[in-house]
Design a protein around this ligand. Structure first.
Ligand code: TYD
Length: 390
């Protein structure tokens, strides 16, 4: 499916000019290995650098989620001799800071200098690099093999996925475990959450594709556990070899995916029409509200909103500003569509009659936080599973 020209989703611009970088966003499906992926990848250093605007620690629910991961890890390494925990893409240390606090040997691999610096401030040991077979070899030489290697919302970012899996083979202890979570393709197709498709998300994983990928590297998918974050994510557990105990979950989720036809092109054909319907209804709703003279703001300058806003061609003519709590985004403009980003304090003082919930994945947390706004008559515009005013 072709989405057309898109900007770098996390590149909030300081001034509106013609210097912005655009690429062609489209996704494709491989019937051989069941992978769904971007057709054109953006050079990683264009996305992950010192200007990277994504800070993990912006949501309370996500902070709690990462604390749970840390608890699972510390329970798993208990009793193991000199355990080592490695996190790929540790961002601002939201998870590893808990591991560091417990004095467990750990290493975060993070290519974006600004978030890596924050992680260090939180006591996390960080290597500023991309993870691949080569860097895995270097880490092995210095730190030895890891008991646990993990990654959240990072594996789907890495185009050189085969090199990452080679690196896992190098760095993981024979009885170690590698687990990672990413937005789940099944949820994206089932709920039409197409805004998960953007430059950083090179791959859209499901059990079928991960099982194939693991086998290719003499690794085995041994468990799958759904996660109620990012609108529906899946955590995959992988071990070395092909003779491990495999949880019944794997069979269950592979069957669920096959029933949705994710193993052949038929599962994807209706997706484009459904996406176009949501975008059509979305712009129609905004235009109707605007034609009645009402102001519209938006909530959450998310990466994913780059796809919704650019594909629907919604800019400052329809949305006055986007409220966000991330300091580096405030005062800038959304990529491609150039809607000003303003502080949450501005949103509270302004109390616009309508607000598009761009950060729909945090709906529960945001509706809780904005009870007063809603009680005073403020309305949120949501768009999944269909456009609604709540
Ligand atoms: P996120 O959910 O990580 O989405 P993406 O991966 O698409 O960037 O981003 C959430 C954004 O919303 C982030 O910029 C912070 C912002 N936000 C708020 O402004 N207020 C809130 O209460 C929450 C939960 C998020």
């Amino acid at each position: 499916m072709l989405f057309g020209k898109m900007p770098i989703s996390n590149r909030f611009v300081s001034e509106v000019n013609n210097a912005e970088y655009f690429y062609d966003l489209s996704i494709c499906f491989c019937p051989g290995c069941f992978m769904v992926q971007l057709e054109n990848c953006v050079e990683p250093t264009m996305m992950f650098n010192e200007d990277y605007a994504f800070y993990s620690s912006t949501s309370e629910a996500m902070s709690a989620h990462f604390k749970n991961i840390a608890e699972e890890i510390s329970a798993a390494v208990q009793g193991r001799p000199s355990p080592l925990v490695v996190e790929l893409g540790c961002n601002d240390g939201i998870m590893l800071k808990h591991i560091a606090e417990q004095g467990i040997a750990h290493l975060g691999i993070e290519p974006s200098a600004n978030v890596a610096a924050l992680a260090r401030e939180r006591g996390v040991c960080v290597i500023e690099n991309f993870f691949a077979a080569e860097s895995a070899g270097k880490i092995l030489g210095k730190n030895g093999q890891a008991d646990i290697i993990c990654g959240s919302n990072v594996m789907c970012h890495i185009e050189e996925i085969n090199s990452v899996f080679k690196g896992i083979n190098i760095l993981l202890k024979p009885d170690g475990v590698f687990f990672f979570e990413d937005p789940y393709l099944f949820d994206i197709i089932k709920k039409n959450t197409f805004d998960q498709i953007y430059d950083e998300h090179v791959y859209y994983f499901c059990g079928l594709s991960i099982s194939e990928l693991a086998q290719r590297h003499n690794l085995q998918l041994v468990d799958m556990i759904p996660q109620n974050v990012h609108g529906g994510s899946m955590r995959y557990y992988i071990r070395k070899g092909n003779n491990n105990t495999v949880s019944q979950n794997v069979e269950h989720y592979l069957l669920q995916e096959t029933n949705l036809n994710l193993h052949n092109i038929n599962g994807y054909i209706a997706f484009k029409d459904k996406v176009n319907k949501i975008c059509y209804d979305f712009t129609k709703t905004l235009r109707e509200i605007k034609s009645k003279g009402h102001r519209i703001a938006a909530y959450g300058a998310t990466s994913k909103s780059a796809t919704l806003l650019n594909y629907s061609k919604v800019g400052p003519g329809l949305i006055d500003y986007v409220s966000d709590t991330t300091p580096v985004k405030i005062g800038k403009y959304t990529p491609g569509t150039h809607i000003p980003v303003k502080s949450h304090e501005h949103f509270i003082a302004d109390s616009p009659p309508y607000t598009v919930l761009l950060a729909w994945n945090h709906k529960h947390e945001i509706f809780n936080k904005e009870k007063k706004y809603r009680q005073a008559g403020g309305k949120f515009i949501t768009f999944f599973p269909k456009v609604a005013i709540e």
